[in-house]
Design a protein. Structure first.
Length: 215
């Protein structure tokens, strides 16, 4: 299979030295890329700004903003069978980005933000036979929010976790997730290394392909 994965945060600049972003380090997305490549799949990894090394035999495309990530996904979508949207895409960006560094005297007391497009929703018309997998990093209620995002974003699988649980948040090498599928399956995994979580996610994706007769 050809698997397209997004990973890491995006950065939304305010000026050449400041940005808004989030705590994602890209570990889960990079673990998925590593495990998929080791299993013999063709892997394209679209990465936000992270400090991780590219796994062997993975084609990596670096981006910074949500807009750039969307463009890269749109460009790469045609060639893929599976799209795993693991990135913590910034939902908002500053309404204005100054080309020069803002002096503190010029800084607005209130920052005006505009909504970024939702990447999964934007590329949904291109889905066709492809398997789409999304993530939901929640602070409480991962079941309810996970099911909502599975439905609202038209996904085949949704991987939900509660980032406030010990060992399951950002910047750690373990995760505890629940997988929900559009055909009603639910898999609750124990706390596991992210590479093992990645293996289980890929196994689930594989079952969707097998049941659709597309191995
Ligand atoms: N996502 C996306 N484009 C965005 C934001 C999120 O494609 N602009 C994807 C993420 O990669 C993830 C899924 O949507 O697979 C859920 O992301 P999340 O931030 O949890 O959801 P939101 O849609 O931002 O919902 P909310 O803010 O209501 O929690």
């Amino acid at each position: 299979m050809h698997i397209l994965i997004t990973a890491g945060p995006t950065r939304e600049p305010l000026d050449p030295v400041r940005f808004i972003s989030n705590r994602s380090t890209g570990k889960m997305g990079f673990a998925l890329a590593k495990v998929a490549a080791e299993a013999g799949h063709v892997v394209t990894l679209i990465a936000g700004p992270v400090t991780l090394e590219t796994p062997a035999r993975v084609r990596r495309i670096d981006v910074e903003t949500a807009g750039q990530m969307l463009e890269a996904v749109q460009r790469e979508m045609q060639a893929c069978d599976v799209f795993i949207s693991c990135a913590a895409v910034a939902d908002w960006r500053p309404a204005v980005c100054s080309v020069t560094k803002l002096k503190k005297s010029e800084m607005p007391g209130v920052l005006q933000l505009v909504r970024n497009l939702d990447i999964l929703e934007t590329v949904r018309p291109l889905k066709g036979h492809r398997c789409f997998v999304g993530f939901a990093a929640e602070t409480g209620n991962p079941e309810q929010e996970g099911m909502r995002k599975l439905r609202d974003k038209g996904l085949d699988w949704l991987v939900a976790n509660d980032v406030t649980e010990p060992g399951a948040g950002f910047a750690v090498d373990t995760n505890r997730v629940i997988l929900f599928s559009s055909d009603g399956r639910e898999e609750r995994l124990p706390l596991l290394p992210k590479v093992e979580v990645a293996r289980r996610i890929l196994a689930c994706v594989q079952t969707s392909f097998t049941s659709a007769g597309m191995v």
